[in-house]
Design a protein around this ligand. Structure first.
Ligand code: PHE
Length: 339
């Protein structure tokens, strides 16, 4: 009995309640008529006579302690005399921390925004593609070595199911279902079977653009890209086009922008050349137009494509492409943008 009383005393000492209701529950459990303390009083009659004095005193102490504890808990929820709850309702709330956009989304949205001002709409297509939309319709001959330009992930046993290696496949899908004029950009995720390093990843993002209409010329391409470069990297930016090769454009070019970090003077980012390569482009090959049932005698077009990771690296000075995919909050929290 004495042990029981001691245990209960310890228990009561550390009671806690978060609400008035909880206090009431404790009151019922410990000091109501059917509560545990009263229960002990009924057991008191069985205590040996020589112990009655000591046990009786302990029991009374216990009852007192329980009563005090419950009162004390009750008081902590008592309203103050002005009727308020005792809480300062004018105190400032806890701030909710805002999330931030992923840097790739920030840059993608900026690119979309710039081209939207030139009248380009946005279209998307599937990431799991077939050979026709990724290669054949884009003028890659069946055994042409150009297919090796991009190491492709094929679905096992079926070479006609593959992960797109570029968003040029969306060009084809749009041209198959629309006749010119077509003016659209295609942002999306692409996949290449490449070793992951600081500079390349097997998953990355592109934005591709396409403009097909009567009398679209290389001059239109150049002017569009110059406007884009100035909007993205700053008014003083210059561009340079170098001849290149893509199966789906002829002629083809690679575009450099003057280094936004050193302004063209030469630094370690532009490898002391003053220029940064940012995209591939060219006039849509007539074979591609014909593959999509567009009259290549009547219509011409230009296309361009760029990697978002690379552009974001240049804009923000990010040195390792793997940062984009690691979801390290210390990295991600640095990017705040309304777009
Ligand atoms: N699809 C090309 C690539 O992935 C880029 C490109 C697009 C080049 C359109 C020319 C025209 O590298």
């Amino acid at each position: 009995m004495l042990d029981k009383i001691r245990a209960l005393l310890n228990e009561i000492e550390v009671l806690k309640a978060a609400t008035r209701e909880e206090v009431e529950e404790l009151r019922i459990r410990y000091i109501s008529k059917k509560g545990v303390v009263n229960q002990l009083f009924t057991e008191f009659k069985d205590v040996a006579p020589e112990l009655k004095k000591e046990v009786g005193k302990s029991l009374n102490d216990l009852k007192e302690a329980a009563q005090q504890k419950i009162n004390q808990l009750k008081e902590s929820f008592e309203t103050t005399c002005d009727g308020s709850t005792g809480l300062d309702l004018t105190a400032p709330g806890d701030s909710i921390s805002m999330g931030s956009r992923h840097p790739l989304a920030v840059v993608r949205n900026r690119i979309i925004d710039i081209f939207a001002r030139l009248g380009f709409s946005v279209a998307e297509g599937p990431e799991i593609e077939d050979d026709w939309h990724v290669f054949s319709a884009l003028n890659f001959a069946p055994e042409h070595p150009a297919r090796d330009m991009q190491d492709t992930f094929f679905i096992e046993k079926n070479p006609d199911v593959l992960l797109r290696t570029h968003t040029s496949s969306v060009q084809i899908r749009v041209m198959e279902r629309t006749q010119p004029p077509i003016r659209a950009i295609f942002p999306g995720r692409v996949f290449r079977n490449e070793a992951i390093s600081a500079r390349s990843h097997c998953i990355f993002h592109q934005v591709e653009g396409l403009y097909v209409d009567e009398n679209v010329s290389f001059a239109d391409l150049k002017q569009t890209l110059l406007y884009f470069a100035k909007e993205l990297f700053g008014e003083e930016t210059q561009i340079r086009l170098r001849p290149s090769y893509f199966p789906f454009t002829e002629p083809s070019a690679e575009m450099d922008v003057s280094c936004s970090i050193c302004g063209g003077a030469g630094c370690n980012v532009c490898k002391y050349s003053g220029w940064l390569e940012i995209l591939g482009c060219g006039m849509v090959d007539p074979n591609v137009l014909e593959a999509c049932n567009i009259d290549s005698q009547k219509y011409t077009g230009f296309a361009f494509g760029m990697g978002i990771e690379r552009i974001a690296m240049l804009l923000y000075g990010i040195k390792d492409i793997r940062h984009y995919f690691e979801n390290d909050l210390r990295f991600l929290r640095q990017f705040k943008a309304a777009l």
